[in-house]
Design a protein around this ligand. Structure first.
Ligand code: HEC
Length: 150
C-alpha cells in the first residue's frame, strides 16, 4: 500500500514537472504572483495596516528569496510570446543584462534573509531596513524588462 501511494505521488510530481517544463510562462507568472503577495503583506505591515509580526515578515522575505532563486530559469528560447506574457523582448535581446537583474534580486533577498535571522526581524524598523532594498528590484526590473500595460 505504501509503495502504491509512493508511486502515485511520484507520478503526480512528474506530471507537474512536465507541465512546468511545457509552460514556462505560467510558472514565471505564478512566481511573480507570489512576489506580489509577499510584497502586499510587507506593505501592509510597513503602512501599519497590519500589526507587525516577525514570523510573517520572515515568511515574506523567504518567499521573495525563493522566487528570486527560481525565476531566472523560466525564460527559455521560444517563450518570448504566448499566453498573456508581459515579458519584454529585451529579455532575449539582452539575456545577460536580464540575468544580472535576477542576480541582484537574489543578492538583495539573500541579504534580507540573512538579516532576518532565525526568528525574523526583531521590529518594524529592522524589517523596513531589510526589505526596502529587495522591493526596489520590482520596479527596476519591470521598467527594463517588462512591457508596461496600462
Ligand atoms: C529580474 C526581473 C524582475 C524582478 C526583480 C521582479 N519582476 Fe515581476 N515580472 C518580471 C517579468 C519579466 C514579468 C512578466 C512575466 C510574464 O508575463 O511572462 C513580471 C510580472 C510580474 C507580475 C504579473 C504576473 C502575471 O500574472 O502576469 C507581477 C504581479 C509582478 N511581476 C510583481 C513583482 C513584484 C511585487 C516584484 C518585487 C518583489 C517583482 N515582480 C520583481 C520581472 C521581474
Amino acid at each position: 500500500m505504501k509503495k502504491l501511494i509512493f508511486a502515485a505521488s511520484a507520478l503526480v510530481l512528474s506530471v507537474s514537472l512536465v507541465a512546468a517544463a511545457d509552460d514556462p510562462i505560467a510558472v514565471r507568472q505564478a512566481l511573480m504572483e507570489s512576489n506580489a503577495a509577499s510584497a502586499g503583506v510587507a506593505a501592509a505591515m510597513l503602512k501599519g495596516e497590519m500589526d507587525y509580526s516577525p514570523v510573517v515578515a520572515k515568511a515574506a522575505i523567504n518567499a521573495l528569496h525563493a522566487t528570486a532563486l527560481a525565476f531566472g530559469d523560466y525564460f527559455p528560447e521560444g517563450s518570448e510570446t504566448g499566453g498573456d506574457t508581459t515579458a519584454s523582448p529585451k529579455i532575449w535581446e539582452n539575456m545577460e543584462g536580464f540575468q544580472e537583474a535576477v542576480t541582484k534580486f537574489q543578492t538583495d533577498s539573500a541579504a534580507a534573509a540573512e538579516a532576518s535571522g532565525k526568528d525574523g526581524p526583531a521590529d518594524l524598523e529592522a524589517f523596513k531596513a531589510a526589505i526596502t532594498p529587495v522591493l526596489g528590484n520590482c520596479r527596476g526590473c519591470h521598467e527594463d524588462f517588462r512591457i508596461q500595460r496600462n
